[in-house]
Write a protein that binds this ligand. Structure first.
Ligand code: UD1
Length: 418
């Protein structure tokens, strides 16, 4: 397993372009399974989750041409409807294939999912929603086996929680279902909007995406389409926090600032000096940051995927901060590792208390999940001395060439291949 060796104490400067959003690319690539016609995508991030998904779809017989950040996908011929444990355990988003396969072929078989080790992460909302459209499920030898008698039929589905994945799964399934589907209490994340925009280009009839109620009128088939994936708001947020932690001036480009409002508001409240345009953010140095308290919540609230990074920043801010994690249980696995680097953080149930004004010191640390890993990189870049980050594969799931990108800005990060 690869390691990162990070030498702390170097500032960063210049400008950085944000790559495409992993969490948009995954459902959008999967949505190609709904159509017999070619889907061309650009701004696809070269991250391991995307590469694994490509592998999974190729295994189904899907034809995929992959050049740099472009994909040309044709799912006209599918010869296998089963997703095995090996791929699914690495990436929870594999569950998204259920909706499109059931909708187009009336059957699907997928190993029970894995992914980040953050909480139990059940899939009941996905299965209940798809059942309401007429699918039936049983568990056979660790596989979820889904079947549809004739065709999925639109229905009114109220989600008990605005799950991002369940909203995407049900939305994709309903595109080819007969009649109207209404998804209430739907997730409103920008990635749902991006998926909807792509599906509409493919010929789907969708209204209300980006709001709590999505209405879909089923169609019988889809057409060829081209789509540019939105930029990754979590990666953009990570760079902003990196610059603040290193007291560095940095320009972040190719970012939809509107999707980062909650982070920008929190950082400004802490004292950060930021200047935004529609597609870029400038971070200025010299800000004295003070403590604050936040709660993660579904979009447009503060994203759970930026919680770990903000926590690293809070360790350096003046005073006592608090973070309440309301989306995932067990998403504080970075806390013991940040404490190894010199942080002073305690956790009680779903609340972490962060004592500020700490000095990070280099150490050996272990990445436990994707966002936890990057919070450790941020702390390590700030630390006195050298840090070794083990299990870098978590990081590679969502950040394209992280050591190269941060290295080009002035950070000292080396990858050691094992
Ligand atoms: C997606 C994102 C992930 C982000 C998360 C929350 C992708 C590929 N991943 O994950 O980066 O952290 O949204 O913004 O887009 N839940 C259930 N039953 C279900 C589904 C979810 O109880 O059937 C629970 C989960 O355990 C969790 C909460 O709902 O506690 C949120 O999960 P969800 O919104 O579904 O997250 P993902 O789609 O898995």
């Amino acid at each position: 397993m690869d390691k990162l060796i990070i030498k702390g104490g170097y500032t960063i400067s210049g400008s950085v372009n944000v790559h495409g959003a992993k969490n948009s690319a995954l459902p959008i690539i999967v949505s190609s399974l709904l159509s017999e016609k070619t889907l061309k995508l650009s701004n696809v991030p070269n991250v391991v989750d995307v590469l694994n998904l490509i592998k999974l779809l190729k295994n189904y017989g899907v034809k995929i041409e992959h050049k740099k950040n472009k994909l040309k996908i044709n799912s006209s011929k599918i010869n296998n409807l089963s997703a095995d444990y090996d791929v699914v355990r690495k990436m929870r988003a594999s569950i998204l294939i259920l909706g499109p396969l059931l909708s187009r072929f009336g059957e699907a078989r997928i190993s029970l999912p894995g992914g980040c080790a953050i909480g139990t992460r059940p899939i009941d909302i996905h299965l209940t929603g798809l059942s309401k459209l007429g699918a039936s499920f049983e568990i056979q030898n660790g596989f979820i086996v889904g079947n549809v008698k004739s065709q999925l039929v639109g229905n009114s589905i109220k989600l008990p929680f605005p799950s991002v994945g369940a909203t995407e799964n049900i939305l994709m399934a309903s595109v080819l279902a007969k009649g109207e589907t209404k998804i209430s209490n739907a997730a409103r994340e920008p990635e749902i909007e991006d998926l909807s925009n792509c599906l509409i280009k493919m010929g789907a009839k969708i209204e209300g995406y980006g709001t709590k109620t999505i209405l879909v009128q089923g169609v019988t088939n889809l057409k060829k389409a081209e789509h540019h994936i939105i930029s990754d708001r979590i990666v953009a947020g990570t760079y902003i926090i990196a610059a603040l932690m290193l007291n560095s001036a940095l320009e972040i480009k190719y970012v939809n600032t509107i999707y980062l409002k909650s982070l920008i508001n929190v950082l400004k409240k802490m004292g950060a000096k930021l200047k935004e345009t529609k597609n870029s953010i400038r971070v200025f140095k010299g800000a004295k940051l003070k403590s604050t308290s936040i709660s993660t919540s579904p979009y447009p609230g503060f994203p759970t995927d930026l919680q770990a990074q903000l926590m690293s920043l809070m360790c350096l801010s003046d005073g006592k901060s608090k973070i309440k994690e309301t989306i995932f249980e067990n998403r504080f696995m970075h806390v013991p590792e940040l404490n190894r680097l010199g942080a002073n953080i305690t956790v009680e149930k779903d609340v972490a208390t962060i004592i500020g004004n700490q000095t990070f010191k280099g150490a050996q640390v272990m990445a436990s999940d994707l966002r936890a890993s990057i919070s450790l990189v941020l702390a390590a870049m700030n630390a006195n001395g050298q840090t070794t980050l083990n299990r870098v594969y978590h990081l590679d799931r969502g950040y394209e060439n992280i050591e190269k990108t941060l290295g080009s800005l002035g950070a000292k990060i080396k990858r050691k291949k094992n």
